[in-house]
Ligand binder design. Structure first.
Ligand code: GDD
Ligand code: MN
Length: 392
C-alpha cells in the first residue's frame, strides 16, 4: 500500500455555510474559434477584435492569434487586449515562420467545435462570419469557403500580375483535389473540427495554402458552402506574400502528387543542388579566365562559393519555415559547410571505391553523388535547420 499517498493532505473543498457542496459553475466553452495568424500586424489587431465583438454578438466565440514573434510587438498588443477580454488569446511561436503552420497550431490550441481562419489585416470581410457559421451549424456544410471568385465576390484592387498568378494557380490546383470550390487559395474559411482532425496529420506546415492542402487531403466528397466577399485593400502594414509564394505553391502541388514517394524537402534540396552545379561551373570559368588562380585553387574557391550559394538558397526556399537570419545565418553556414565537406569526402570515397571495382566511371560518379546528396540532406536537415538546433 502506498503510505505516502495516504498521508497527503486532503484537498480543501469550499463548503457553503449550509454545509452543502456546490460545484463551481464553469464558464461555457466557446462554440467558434477564430484563428488569426499575425506577423507585424500591431496596427490592425485592435480594430479586428472590435469588429469581431460586433459581428459575432450572440455566438460564444474566442479569437486565437498566432504570432510568429513579430518584431513590431504584435504579441504584446494582443495580450493587452486579452487582459481585458479573456476571449482573446495570443499563441506566440519562437524561431518559426509560416502561415499554414501558425493556423494549424491555433486550431489545435482551442476546443471549439467550429473553426474559422482569417487574416488579421482587415482584408477579409468579417461581416460574413455569421453567415458562414450558419452554413456549418444549420445548413449541413462541413466546410465554408469565403470566395473572391464566386457570386458577387471580387479581388478588389489587385495588381494585374498578382491577379493573373492567383487565377493560374487556381486552375492548376484542380490537379490535386476533386471538390467544387471556386477559391481554393482563400485564406478565409470555416470548418468543423472533425473535418480538420481528419486532415491535420497530412498537412504541410510551410507555405500559405492551408485550404488547398485541406482540400487535397480529404479524398471523399464533403458538403461545402461558399460565401462571396470582396477582398479589401490593406490600410496598415504590408503583405508578406512575396514571389516565393509561387515556389511554395509548386512545392505543395508536388508534395500532394508525389509526397507519398519522396519527401518534398529532399526534392527541393536536390533542385537547389542541381542549380549549384551551374553556379560552380560558372565560377570556375570566371576564376580561370579573370584571375591568376590555377585550376586547384580555382576549383576550391568555386566549391566554397557554391556551398554559400546552396546554403543561402536552401535557407530561403527549402527551409523557409525555419530560416536563419542575423548571426544565426553565419553559424548555420558553418554547420552547412562542415556537413557538406564530409558529404564531398563520402562522395569521392564511394565513387573511387566503386571505380576500383570496375564499375563504369559514370555509374561510379553517380553513386558518389547520390550518397553525398543524401548525406548532406540528412545532416543539414538535422543540424543546420532541424530540431537539433536551438531556437534563434
Ligand atoms: N503567424 C504568421 N506567420 N502569420 C503570418 C505569416 C507568418 O509567417 N505570414 C503572414 N502572416 C499573416 C499576416 O500577418 C496576415 O494576418 C495573414 O497572415 C495574411 O498575410 P498577408 O501577407 O496579408 O497575405 P496577403 O493578403 O498577401 O494574402 C492573402 O491572400 C492570399 C490569396 O491570394 C492571404 O489571405 C493568403 O492566405 C491567401 O492565400
Ligand atoms: Mn493581407
Amino acid at each position: 500500500m502506498n503510505t505516502r499517498a495516504m498521508s497527503l493532505p486532503r484537498p480543501q473543498v469550499r463548503e457553503r455555510s449550509s454545509g452543502a457542496r456546490r460545484p463551481v459553475a464553469a464558464a461555457k466553452a466557446p462554440q467558434l474559434v477564430v484563428v488569426i495568424p499575425t506577423y507585424c500586424e500591431r496596427a490592425n489587431v485592435g480594430e479586428l477584435v472590435r469588429r469581431l465583438r460586433v459581428v459575432l454578438h450572440g455566438i460564444r466565440w474566442e479569437a486565437v492569434f498566432v504570432d510568429d514573434d513579430s518584431p513590431d510587438g504584435t504579441a504584446r498588443v494582443i495580450r493587452g487586449i486579452g487582459h481585458k477580454d479573456r476571449r482573446v488569446r495570443c499563441l506566440q511561436r519562437l524561431g518559426r515562420r509560416g502561415l499554414a503552420g501558425a493556423c494549424i497550431e491555433g486550431m489545435l490550441a482551442s476546443n471549439a467545435p467550429y473553426i474559422a481562419v482569417m487574416d488579421a489585416d482587415l482584408q477579409h470581410d468579417e461581416t460574413i462570419l455569421p453567415r458562414m457559421f450558419e452554413h456549418l451549424r444549420e445548413g449541413g456544410a462541413q466546410l465554408v469557403v469565403a470566395t473572391r471568385y464566386g457570386g458577387a465576390g471580387g479581388i478588389g484592387e489587385w495588381e494585374a500580375s498578382r491577379a493573373a498568378i492567383s487565377r493560374h494557380a487556381t486552375h492548376l490546383s484542380h490537379l490535386v483535389y476533386q471538390h467544387p470550390v471556386s477559391d481554393p487559395m482563400s485564406g478565409f474559411f470555416m470548418l468543423k473540427r472533425d473535418l480538420f482532425e481528419e486532415a491535420m496529420r497530412e498537412l504541410s506546415t510551410s507555405g500559405f495554402k492551408l485550404l488547398l492542402d485541406i482540400l487535397a487531403s480529404i479524398k471523399h466528397p464533403i458538403q461545402i458552402a461558399e460565401v462571396p466577399y470582396t477582398f479589401r485593400s490593406r490600410t496598415h502594414g504590408e503583405s508578406k506574400l512575396d514571389s516565393v509564394v509561387v515556389w511554395d505553391f509548386a512545392m505543395l502541388m508536388l508534395d500532394k502528387l508525389l509526397g507519398r514517394y519522396v519527401p518534398m524537402r529532399f526534392v527541393a534540396f536536390s533542385l537547389v543542388g542541381g542549380a549549384g552545379i551551374a553556379v560552380h561551373m560558372a565560377a570556375v570559368t570566371l576564376l580561370l579566365k579573370f584571375t591568376t588562380l590555377g585550376f586547384p585553387a580555382g576549383q576550391s574557391l568555386a566549391a566554397v562559393l557554391t556551398m554559400v550559394f546552396n546554403y543561402a538558397v536552401n535557407n530561403v526556399l527549402t527551409y523557409r519555415d525555419q530560416r536563419r537570419s542575423g548571426l544565426s545565418w553565419l553559424t548555420g553556414l558553418v554547420s552547412f559547410m562542415a556537413a557538406c565537406s564530409l558529404g564531398a569526402f563520402a562522395n569521392v570515397t564511394i565513387a573511387t571505391f566503386a571505380f576500383s571495382r570496375h564499375v563504369p566511371w559514370a555509374l561510379a560518379a553517380l553513386a558518389g553523388i547520390i550518397v553525398g546528396a543524401v548525406w548532406n540532406y540528412a545532416m543539414t536537415s538535422r543540424f543546420t535547420w532541424g530540431k537539433a538546433r536551438a531556437v534563434g
